[in-house]
Design a binder for this molecule. Structure first.
Ligand SMILES: [Zn+2]
Ligand SMILES: [Zn+2]
Length: 265
């Protein structure tokens, strides 16, 4: 089964604090692997809510050390290793999250880190090969020392995830050839914010990359009020690329992606 499951579609302080929508990240199931991207605050609870078995997770990819992306990484590793009884699994994240820095303790608790088979501290441009997958850390301009997007190359599809970033022209090259592009779009319309995308930025990148399917997520309070479905519809109209607004618990079957996502014109 090749599946994408959203365990949250929220971002930013207000939405995280109030859980207007979840902040559990998303799950990719393919090639008998379960990959969890950005298990933010409440991730374990959202997994239970939306029928995902946390213990079956094999690889966790955390883009950066903000609470809406990383908070539950220790809980997820604990779940996938039976509290350390089974040493298994991999975490890929930033050097700060894995090893700490002068200013910060590592977010991944060293005791929990010992439960894992592997950890990889990556910076933009690094590529980690695991079995049939390539995890490429992509650049992001965000308000933190390290933030990586993701380009995940699998035998059946290539998935891009911008994570939190401002728009910059090199992004188009980085995500070229992605079948699916997931974008963190905090703000609606053309509302400028120096460390995040708005809908206009999303439309620009989508029209440059031209994926088969674009998915918006990581909505702030204003974006939720504006209604992400309308924003997605406008982007689809502008770009001609099939564009969805993710919803908590949304499941997408990634088999036959091309035929499913053909635009009805
Ligand atoms: Zn965020
Ligand atoms: Zn962030």
């Amino acid at each position: 089964m090749d599946r994408l499951i959203f365990l949250g579609t929220g971002g930013g302080r207000i939405v995280v604090a109030n859980q207007y929508v979840g902040t559990g990240g998303f799950i990719i199931q393919t090639e008998d692997y379960q990959i969890w991207v950005d298990p933010g605050a409440g991730a374990l609870v959202r997994a239970k809510q939306f029928g995902v078995t946390a213990a079956k997770t094999d690889i966790v990819y955390v883009t950066h050390q903000h609470i809406d992306h990383c908070n539950d990484v220790n809980a997820v590793v604990d779940a996938m290793t039976l509290g350390g009884i089974k040493q298994r699994g991999t975490v890929i994240s930033t050097p700060t999250l894995i090893n700490g820095s002068d200013k910060d303790q590592p977010w991944l608790n060293p005791a929990v880190k010992a439960f894992l088979k592997d950890t990889f501290a990556v910076k933009a441009g690094d590529k980690i090969k695991i079995d049939k997958f390539n995890f490429v850390a992509t650049p992001a301009h965000h308000d933190i020392d390290y933030c990586n997007g993701l380009r995940l190359e699998t035998p059946k599809f290539t998935l891009g995830y911008t994570s939190d970033t401002a728009y910059f022209p090199e992004l188009a090259e980085v995500y070229k050839g992605c079948n699916i592009l997931i974008l963190d779009v905090l703000k609606p319309g053309n509302e400028a914010w120096k460390t995040h995308f708005n809908s206009e930025d999303a439309a620009k990148l989508i029209s440059e990359v031209k994926p088969e399917l674009a998915i918006l997520t990581h909505f702030g309070a204003k974006m939720l009020r504006a209604n992400p479905i309308y924003e997605a519809r406008n982007i689809q109209k502008k770009t001609g690329v099939r564009t969805l607004a993710a919803q908590d618990g949304m499941r997408l079957d990634l088999r036959n992606l091309a035929s499913q996502t053909k635009l009805e014109t």
